[in-house]
Design a protein around this ligand. Structure first.
Ligand code: HEC
Length: 117
């Protein structure tokens, strides 16, 4: 029954039905266009965040996927995706997310990278 509906539904409808509102997210900046700061931030991300967050999808790993984090209306918690809120989650943790101590330059690089997602 469901498969019959899915077989005839046009793609955008399918998207809405199956994924309950998959937003059209703006594309990420390709790695080949990263500034040196964004590239440093990507390295911080690999080291400190990648084991819990996918950068290229909103699908969850140990925490929510962070694709287009700063371009969305709200983060998974509902808070606006401002640098202040993101910094707060990183430095102090949130729910099941542990605090990640970073120095100022690591944090600035990481935020620059998060804006490319
Ligand atoms: C051990 C796993 C883990 C690590 C490491 C981790 N996170 Fe998270 N993160 C989570 C979980 C779980 C949540 C969901 C927290 C909640 O709201 O309960 C989360 C939530 C978030 C959110 C959404 C906050 C909101 O308000 O919705 C952001 C942004 C985030 N993490 C960024 C990062 C960044 C950047 C790093 C690297 C510095 C990082 N996380 C490292 C597990 C992790």
């Amino acid at each position: 029954m469901l498969s019959r509906i899915l077989a005839v539904a046009p793609a955008p409808l399918l998207c809405a039905v199956v994924l309950a509102g998959c937003e059209h997210l703006p594309p990420s900046k390709p790695a080949s266009e990263w500034t040196p700061q964004e590239a440093r931030g990507a390295a911080v991300y690999q080291q400190k965040c990648a084991r819990c967050h996918y950068p290229t999808t909103t699908r969850g790993l140990n925490g929510p996927g962070l694709q287009a984090l700063t371009k969305r209306k709200a983060m998974p918690s509902g808070a606006p995706p401002t640098d202040e809120r993101i910094t707060d989650a990183i430095l102090h943790g949130r729910g099941m997310m542990p605090a990640t101590p970073l120095d100022d330059s690591q944090l600035e690089d990481l935020l620059a990278y998060l804006h490319t997602l």
